[in-house]
Design a protein around this ligand. Structure first.
Ligand code: 13P
Ligand code: 13P
Ligand code: MG
Ligand code: MG
Ligand code: MG
Ligand code: MG
Length: 363
């Protein structure tokens, strides 16, 4: 049976700052989604990460289907109406256009979708991040799909041994989508050369070379490319199939435990570590530390069982304690050096205009 999984995410308003959606907003979004179960949808699950609401939808319509995208748009619009009534902060923040035009791409919400022939057992994960950029998934996914130091399946399983194909997007291209496809392990150094620059290049998808099957998809929407100004962080989502011909679920844990420094944090303008948290965690008032959650599901004929919260067990409390230290150390140096993003990334905020004015005072 061919199944499509669609993950669609938007920030449509939050309580007391960029923290979390209100219960009423979540309820309004869920109501629209629930109504479509059994007709348009085979199944669905709604949750939030920080101030972003995530819809996981399973169906048979294929990727980028107008009816699926319209459903998500409707859910986010109705949620926005509630957010406005409640006076939530940034009501409708990620809905950058007024009218739905057949596809959510270019309208603001993050979108990650994949279609595949369902395996007899189809384990997968949804990764959702807040206060960060699409490139935030670069290092963890690279390590899980291409580095045997982290992904022992690359050595132990003949299914994984031929490696994976990485489709990488150049986010600096604003006119059209621009991709490169590189095969690991042969092109490992080229993949690393691109992925190291997480502000410019982001993994868009990963494919099994042995089977040609899609393994992972990541949303790559850059809000500033749509809006031309700073409108919050992109806060990416990803779908990752696991087990058998893909890395095992537990092979994704250690790369996320690394908590690499990524762009995000206060005003989306700093570098802080990507903290693994439980789903439905509010954004942290500690400078809005970037965070990621991972929910594991099983799928049968499009029906979901789960989720299991993959960053909930006690190991992750110890990881989080270390990540907090790392974050505090960086933030102690305030605006200085690598703590704040480089100028190219800040040019969509007010500091660019101020520096232009200062130029005139130079002699
Ligand atoms: P179980 O025996 O618990 O299924 O372990 C499977 C495994 O190999 C985990 O990496
Ligand atoms: P969001 O994209 O999560 O709304 O981030 C806003 C922000 O800049 C917090 O400082
Ligand atoms: Mg927000
Ligand atoms: Mg957010
Ligand atoms: Mg955002
Ligand atoms: Mg077992």
């Amino acid at each position: 049976m061919r199944i499509t999984l669609s993950v669609l995410k938007a920030d449509i308003g939050s309580v007391g700052g960029h923290t979390l959606p209100s219960p009423a907003v979540l309820a309004a979004v869920k109501e629209v989604v629930e109504e479509a179960k059994g007709s348009l949808l085979l199944d669905a699950y709604v949750f939030h990460i920080g101030d972003d609401i995530v819809l996981l939808l399973s169906h048979t319509r294929g990727v980028a289907h107008p009816a699926i995208h319209e459903l998500a748009w409707k859910a986010f619009r109705e949620g926005t109406e509630v957010a406005k009534r409640e006076g939530l902060y940034g009501a409708g923040q990620d809905l950058l256009k007024d009218a739905f035009t057949g596809n959510l791409h270019g309208l603001g919400p993050q979108v990650a979708e994949m279609e595949f022939a369902e395996r007899p057992s189809e384990p997968f994960m949804v990764l959702a991040a807040d206060k960060t950029e699409p490139g935030a998934f670069n290092l963890p996914l690279y390590l899980a799909f291409a580095d045997p130091m982290y992904s022992s399946g690359l050595l132990l399983s003949p299914e994984l041994r031929p490696g994976f194909r990485f489709r990488i997007m150049d986010l600096a291209q604003t006119e059209r989508d621009s991709y490169i496809e590189l095969d690991a392990p042969e092109r490992l150094y080229d993949i690393a050369a691109l992925l190291r620059d997480s502000h410019r290049f982001a993994i868009a998808s990963i494919w099994s070379r042995k089977y040609g099957e899609v393994a992972a998809v990541v949303s790559t929407t850059r809000l500033r490319n749509i809006a031309g100004r700073y409108v919050g962080k992109d806060d990416p989502v990803a779908l990752v199939r696991t087990q058998k011909i893909f890395p095992a679920t537990e092979e994704f844990g250690p790369p996320f435990a690394l908590a690499p420094f990524v762009a995000g944090d206060t005003r989306g303008s700093h570098h802080l570590p990507l903290m693994p948290v439980k789903a439905n965690t509010p954004a942290s008032t500690f400078f809005c530390v970037p965070m990621v959650c991972a929910l594991g599901f099983s799928l049968k004929e499009g029906r979901l069982t789960g989720p299991v919260d993959l960053f909930a067990d006690p190991v992750w409390d110890a990881v989080r304690a270390k990540v907090v230290e790392k974050a505090q150390e960086m933030r102690r140096q305030g605006f200085y050096g690598p703590a704040m993003l480089p100028m190219e990334e800040l040019e969509y905020t007010g500091i660019a205009e101020r520096l232009k004015e200062l130029e005139r005072e130079f002699s």
